[in-house]
Design a protein around this ligand. Sequence first.
Ligand code: F6P
Length: 573
Amino acid sequence: MASTTLICDTQPWKDLKAHVEDIKKTHLRDLMNDKERCEQMMVEFDGMFLDYSRQCATLDTMDKLYKLAEAASLKQQINRMYSGEHINSTENRSVLHVALRAPRDTVINSDGKNVVPDVWNVLDKIKDFTEKVRSGSWVGATGKTLKDVIAIGIGGSFLGPLFVHTALQTDPEAIEFAKGRQLRLLAVDVDSFLIIKAVKGEGIRKDSRYEVPVILAARLQFSFLANVDPIDVARNIAGLNPETTLVVVVSKTFTTAETMLNARTLREWISSALGPSAVAKHMVAVSTNLMLVEKFGIDPNNAFAFWDWVGGRYSVCSAVGVLPLSLQYGFSIVEKFLKGASSIDDHFRSAPFEKNIPVLLGLLSIWNVSFLGYPARVSMESNGKGVSIDGVPLPYEAGEIDFGEPGTNGQHSFYQLIHQGRVIPCDFIGIVKSQQPVYLKGEVVSNHDELMSNFFAQPDALAYGKTAEQLLKENVAQHLIPHKTFSGNRPSLSFLISSLNAYNIGQLLASYEHRVAVEGFVWGINSFDQWGVELGKSLATQVRKQLNASRTKSEPIEGFKFSTTKLLTRYLQ
Ligand code: F6P
């Protein structure tokens, strides 16, 4: 495409715009009657089953979307990413998170160098280090075994690892590997909301109220420190002993204000209790900036590298996620997670568009956002842009507002909005086999069945709705009919996954990562930079300087807007 050509100037885009009128004349109720259409809108790959038949789309829509993908040179753009071209052009970088989970013998070049051996050197180093900590052969400054891990990081250096940890902490296999560790908190079973008391050192216990062993859904000794609010530091170190605590500082740049302040705070906590030399035994780091890691006082041997071709938001498969998660669950569990992601990477690169899960997810998002005008989605990101990759202002919106909720919590809170208020396309993700099934005595339907009943019901409720005619037949009072009528025709897609273990979690993560890329490639934007975040950061730096100058030299507040000056004055008083 010539540099000033936008995707909206192409014929396939115009065809899709015109096609919206056809789709508006249809209703999902009728579309769902077409069995052939439904059949063709189901895709299966390696234990993942995607049903997108409840999208406001026909097979003709899909053909038009594939043509749009062709006009955007989607296939070529995917290949450019995998071949290490500097597709993040504003930062002049490759985008190679796929190399983080590539098998050892793969060749993936960035700037003429195969990066896979570097990836595996770090993975091997993590395996070795985490095995030493977990086995107790790595001890703290006073000779005690390390029992508690605090991972400091923010944004991509926190949210990805948190997502994987949240999913793994109830996985029986992962628990088995974490077994024997100290359990610190009460935990809630995600399916059945059973409050299970944490029992020290126990992985599985028999509960008299149930017929089956209840596997403890335990938060182990592992916690994340992201927020710079001092309350969060207090929460993280409550009850912990620096002698038995390991702190992992995770920061790509090793300059992020919040992370570095939290790191200095915990360095002080350790050195004031154990002396400054203890830092080498109690603090390790993950970063691309190994010089700053050393300057901070962390032993370079305990630094785990990654590279500028890994975007912060795509870094969970680097040492950012692999180190803390391996400390908690062991390297072999995390390796499974990487293999799951790698399986989707291969699929994304090679499967034809009609069978390619990330491509379908991305194209359907574009259809909903740019054509049907549904800007939000219930269900990760850097697609919020106002200009094309060549700097041309976009005459269409890119990016969408994502939100979501586990289990049926959403049903009891914001689903009212999606059923009768705004049209918000939804992704429902269901699991065939629960991580922790519960069968109550005398009840045939398991707790997981109860949860899954909603997984199957909600998409149909959204698609079909309920007509006034149906309500009349049910003898609903006339005055209530407008209130109880559901328009339906609200799009969703359903992901049914065999089970939720490290491998499948990797698959899910990669599917959604690649969805972002597909959207960005077609919209013609850079999905891998995030200049928008920088403005807030630089203004905070200005405030920090002012606070410092006012407190230390009583300097007056200068250079801020009127109301900000008033607020700052009040804060300083
Ligand atoms: O502000 C956004 C961001 O730069 C993310 O990309 C990154 O994940 C986060 O901040 C934290 O940055 P770092 O890992 O360099 O501390």
